[in-house]
Design a protein around this ligand. Structure first.
Ligand code: UT7
Length: 320
């Protein structure tokens, strides 16, 4: 019981980059990227920001849900690429969309961020604190990737996805989430160094580091574990699940997870070829595509699952 998604939206930058465009910057090829990761292109901002895309996706989700911004009592933005330290992206979105009655905050759980935001809303709903949440995953990863590292710069893209979630006692819901900070260095990036009257540090120019194989192995192990636990906890069979909406990092991860779960690949929608890895934005962008393509029917059971930096994971069972 407790959470139902009633509207979704997405926002992508105007500008996109193909694999051939990237091959002009680093030593890579369309063939390598397509066969190893499944990506054909990704959107990269020129004029958009994390905040502008978050607000755009939010307004679309609000319209899709048919709610007023004034009815929203909680806004959570999941992001690792906020434009400002303060105000939070969520507070800036609150201002842009006029959601005066909401409590707004950001959450950093990298690629699991949107699902962890959904799970956070679920907990608030269960506690009876809030009833209508705007949940957003928004990223401008192009700000933080190392554009000289072919191992990472070909993977990521910019974008935002949003959902309106409402408290609803009549639906089945469940969550599983966790972190393994001990192995966190597999996906690593420094923040601002200390610079004060006592300590002087150079600002280093290096971007995001990823031990791709370590993260790959982690992903194909943790996602089936989350799915099995959700099914067990909620006493349902995998055959009851219509779609597994997984974080879009690599089409090979999704295929391996499908195989390990013994589930048909058709139940695992994929859009990584169009957007690349948009971190916390990938799950809500995919959900919005499914919703707007009319692929979700009232009563459908769906499992959402994010995994990545932290290392972290979050999965939710929801009923449409
Ligand atoms: O969103 C957060 C979660 N992230 C993930 O889930 C990502 C998980 N990891 C992966 O998806 C994969 O590990 C990658 C796509 C990142 C890499 O694929 P891989 O099959 O693990 O490749 P690799 O890192 O083992 O590299 C294989 C080879 C290396 O060359 P050598 O040493 O065999 O000569 C790399 O230098 O491919 C080379 N390589 C490239 N070649 C052409 C690495 N990147 C590229 C590139 N173009 N862009």
């Amino acid at each position: 019981m407790c959470i139902r998604i009633t509207g979704t939206g997405r926002s992508l930058p105007e500008n996109f980059m193909t694999n051939d465009d990237l091959a002009e910057i680093v030593d890579t090829s369309d063939e390598w990227i397509k066969s190893r990761v499944g990506i054909e292109r990704r959107y990269i901002v020129k004029n958009e920001t994390t905040t502008s895309m978050a607000a755009d996706a939010a307004l679309k989700a609000i319209e899709n849900a048919g709610v007023s911004p004034l009815d929203i009592d909680l806004i959570i933005v999941a992001s690792v690429t906020n434009d400002k330290v303060t105000p939070s992206t969520a507070c800036q979105v609150q201002d842009i969309i006029g959601a005066e009655n909401a409590m707004a905050f950001d959450l950093n759980s990298a690629c699991s961020g949107f699902v962890v935001a959904l799970n956070t809303a679920m907990a608030y709903f269960k506690a009876g604190i809030y009833k209508k949440a705007l949940l957003i995953g928004a990223e401008t990863l192009s700000k933080i990737v190392d554009w000289s590292d072919r191992g990472t710069c070909v993977l990521f893209g910019d974008g935002a996805g949003a959902a309106i979630a409402e408290a609803d006692e009549s639906v089945m819901t469940g969550l599983v989430q966790g972190t393994d900070g001990i192995r966190g260095k597999a996906l690593d990036m420094d923040g601002m160094p200390i610079n004060n009257p006592f300590v002087k540090n150079e600002i280093s120019g290096s971007g995001l580091f990823m031990d791709g194989q370590a993260v790959f192995k982690f992903a194909v192990k943790i996602v089936p574990k989350c799915v099995n636990k959700l099914c067990e906890d909620n006493n349902i069979d995998k055959s009851d699940i219509k779609y597994y909406v997984l974080h879009q990092a690599n089409s090979r991860i999704i295929q391996t997870v499908a195989k390990r779960l013994g589930e048909p690949e058709e139940k695992f929608p994929v859009n990584v070829h169009k957007y690349g890895n948009t971190s916390g934005a990938s799950v809500p962008i995919l959900l919005d595509e499914l919703n707007r393509d009319g692929k979700l029917v009232k009563g459908d059971k769906i499992i959402l699952c994010g995994f990545g930096g932290g290392l972290s994971w979050g999965a939710a069972l929801i009923e449409w």
